[in-house]
Design a protein around this ligand. Structure first.
Ligand code: PEP
Ligand code: MG
Length: 589
């Protein structure tokens, strides 16, 4: 099906580079049941195979209906389950089978698509009759076809935690919880139709060091389980069914990349200082306590963001206070002699749905009942988390960080709850650190603009550019359709970053940046120039960002930032920064 030159061109897809590295492997197409019908060309020689697939799926569907009939009989539901006989008749209808074969020969498309168009025609014929009985049969027709379709599409579906072979995962989209629960050692690469660079699936792929390209829109139309695929996370490219030369070239690129990574690792003990001696702090972002080993390996000086909601996502129930205490303590103890750990209270909602929490479906989830807004209504969950955090605080240097703050009101309410929890512990003589710094994430434009007010009320700021970009430009960070607009180099975002840093400096509180921008080597000079001294990123980005920072002089960076702030668009800024960086430094895009 993909042997012509034209098809090869079509099989190179450009997406968003979400996690670096190069993966070469076999596709595992993981589709959910809401997935649209795939449509691709098949050759004449493939037709018997497609027909065999169809008949096998029909056979499976018949067996399923038989089993349902047996079950119904056991429960004395023969009368109610009479429709199953009609379903059986439809499955064995020779006329339908003939029509499928005819359409397959006529359209030369995959069998799923042929089934879809054939059923559609049958259903519209049924729906247009005067006969009520026949009209109502269209529902049955749909039901039967769906049963067959599911067998065609999902016949080899393995749950992600049960993967047995090494694969490259191709899907329409993956929930952060899917990504968290999949067998990481079996997934060599990820290629998705949906998602953007700062979606939580992308963040997890980086944390797990799995090369990933997202936002491909149509990858599932080209990919078939078992076919070979290349995922080039460095350039944001995916190649399905590569030819020999491409494969050879990519094996070389993969080896070069491995060597480059190794050379970076060898320098990771060097201090993070600019060329002119300014010390810059590099912190790590983590999602799970297990990541702490790589934080230490990469010589991060602090944990700048622990996304605590991920420990809520790994089970089907909300973790107890003791389970949370254990997770926080593990990280605090590991970092005790190194640096502090900023643990963010749960940021649920949006794309992060947690089993067991009554997070509702909303029309605008990203603008809705998310994060602190959810916690303020579920104070019990927040109190439990704060108690676990306070109890853990004696084992290391804890900082508590509240996400999604939009104004002073929320902050005051949170302090009230925090103080109640502290008082309760005091009464019960349970020890906790009395000097835990409390800070907030600046990720909502209203917080950025009023950061002068907020700075007086907290001990530190951490700028969350993933959300700040999303909310400033009004562009969903996980939606590939609008990904072209999502750019933290938008002048509005950069101006806000500058304002927040200035306001933090005026109030004499530390300010860091923990969005994905901090881990992008290309952004290091601009951020330094804007006055940023604390960068927090995926642990495995530290080595390269450090290498880049060590090649920059502060006066040059400030000059660059000044020029950047005078430009009118993200495009102009990207061009200038790219040129500036390329003239001076070797780095990965
Ligand atoms: C951010 O919004 O920049 C951030 C770090 O938080 P998250 O990516 O978890 O939303
Ligand atoms: Mg955020």
């Amino acid at each position: 099906m993909k042997s012509t030159y034209i098809m090869y061109i079509m099989n190179v897809l450009k997406g968003v580079s979400a996690a670096p590295g190069i993966a070469i492997g076999r596709i595992y197409l993981y589709l959910d049941e809401n997935y649209k019908v795939p449509r691709y060309d098949v050759k004449l020689a493939d037709l018997p195979g497609e027909m065999r697939r169809y008949r096998a799926a029909v056979q499976k569907a018949s067996e399923e209906i038989d089993a349902l009939k047996v079950e119904a009989a056991k429960r004395n539901l023969d009368k109610e389950s009479g429709f199953l006989d009609a379903h059986m008749l439809m499955l064995s209808d020779p006329e339908f089978d003939k029509q499928i074969e005819k359409n397959l020969n006529k359209y030369l498309k995959n069998i799923e698509w042929i089934l879809f168009i054939t059923v559609k025609k049958f259903i519209s014929a049924l729906e247009s009759t005067e006969d009520l009985y026949l009209r109502e049969r269209s529902v049955d027709m749909y039901d039967v076809a769906k049963r067959v379709f599911n067998h065609l599409m999902f016949k080899d579906r393995t749950a992600l935690p049960d993967l047995k072979m090494q694969v490259v995962l191709v899907s329409n989209d993956l929930l952060p919880s899917d990504t968290l629960m999949m067998r990481k050692d079996k997934v060599k690469g990820i290629a998705l139709n949906g998602g953007g660079k700062t979606s939580h699936t992308a963040i997890l792929a980086r944390a797990f060091q799995i090369p990933a390209v997202l936002g491909l829109s149509t990858i599932t139309d080209y990919a078939r389980s078992g076919d070979r695929i290349i995922v080039d996370g460095n350039r944001g490219l995916v190649i399905v069914d590569p030819d020999k030369d491409t494969l050879k070239k990519y094996r070389m690129l993969r080896d070069q990349w491995t060597k480059y990574e190794l050379s970076l690792k060898q320098q990771n003990k060097l201090p993070c200082v600019t060329k002119d001696g300014e010390h810059i702090h590099l912190h790590a972002n983590i999602e799970m306590p297990e990541e702490i080993d790589s934080v230490i390996e990469e010589h991060a000086d602090e944990v700048g963001l622990f996304r605590s909601e991920f420990i809520f996502m790994q089970n089907d129930f909300v973790p107890t206070e003791d389970e949370q205490f254990e997770a926080y303590t593990k990280v605090l103890k590991a970092m005790k002699n190194l640096g502090s750990v900023a643990i963010r209270t749960i940021d649920v909602g949006g794309d992060k749905l947690i089993p067991g929490l009554d997070v509702i479906e909303e029309r605008n989830p990203l603008l809705g009942w998310r994060s602190i807004r959810f916690c303020m209504e579920h104070k019990d969950i927040l109190r439990t988390q704060l108690r676990a955090l306070l109890r853990a605080s004696v084992f290391g240097k804890l900082r508590i960080m509240f996400p999604m703050i939009s104004g002073v009101g929320e902050l005051n309410a949170l302090y009230e709850i925090l103080n109640e929890v502290k008082d309760d512990l005091k009464r019960k003589k349970i020890p906790y650190d009395k000097n835990i710094p409390v800070g907030i994430m600046i990720e909502v434009p209203s917080a950025a603009v009023t950061s002068d007010i907020l700075a007086k009320k907290v001990d530190f700021f951490s700028i969350g550019t993933n959300d700040l970009t999303q909310y400033t430009i009004a562009v969903d960070r996980g939606n590939e359709k609008v990904a072209y607009l999502y750019d933290p180099f938008h002048p509005a975002v950069l101006r806000m970053i500058k304002t927040v840093i200035e306001n933090a400096n005026k109030a004499n509180i530390p300010v860091g940046l923990c969005g994905e921008l901090a881990g992008e080597p290309r952004a290091a000079a601009v951020l330094l120039g804007l006055g940023l001294k604390h960068f927090s990123m995926a642990a495995n980005s530290i080595a390269e960002v450090k290498k880049v920072i060590r090649e920059i002089r502060m006066d040059e960076a400030e000059e660059l930032a000044e020029k950047v702030l005078k430009l009118e668009s993200a495009d102009e800024i990207n061009k200038l920064v790219k040129k500036w960086m390329e003239e001076r430094i070797e780095y990965t895009e």
